[in-house]
Design a protein around this ligand. Structure first.
Ligand SMILES: [Zn+2]
Length: 139
């Protein structure tokens, strides 16, 4: 999946547990789980930049929402989960430019990483982000 789905899912799970260590573990686990969901990735660097900026904007908005609702204590888990959720794709970005071997199980072929070229591949990510938003509403 793209960064916005990975980072927002990691942030949501991290906000639920509210502590950095379990947030990191959940973020990494959610990355593997989401890569297993049929989805559509992009291959152009410009799309990655737009995705990263949109991810940051969404995360900043969600963090502000947590603060506004007195949930500041969940922010360490939120940010650790967000970073861990998207961190495995750093090797994809590095690999794009340096052509290095990838090690994360859904990137090196150990686990499936199903791509769907139809709109379904986008909708699975939209639904993921919407479900993440529901987690914040019910915190
Ligand atoms: Zn990935």
């Amino acid at each position: 999946m793209i960064s916005i789905a990975h980072s927002f899912t990691g942030a949501a799970l991290g906000a639920v547990v509210a502590h950095p260590l379990p947030a990191v573990l959940l973020g990494l686990a959610s990355h593997a789980a989401l890569d297993e969901v049929p989805h559509r990735d992009y291959s152009k660097p410009l799309h990655a930049v737009v995705d990263a900026l949109a991810s940051l904007a969404l995360l900043m908005g969600a963090a502000a929402w947590l603060r506004r609702h007195g949930l500041d204590s969940r922010l360490p888990g939120f940010w650790c989960g967000a970073v861990a959720g998207v961190l495995p794709d750093l090797e994809v970005a590095i690999g794009y430019f340096l052509h290095q071997k990838q090690r994360f199980p859904t990137h090196n072929g150990l686990l499936p990483h199903p791509q769907v070229r139809t709109s379904l591949g986008i909708w699975t990510q939209v639904v993921t982000v919407a479900l993440d938003a529901l987690i914040f509403v019910y915190l």
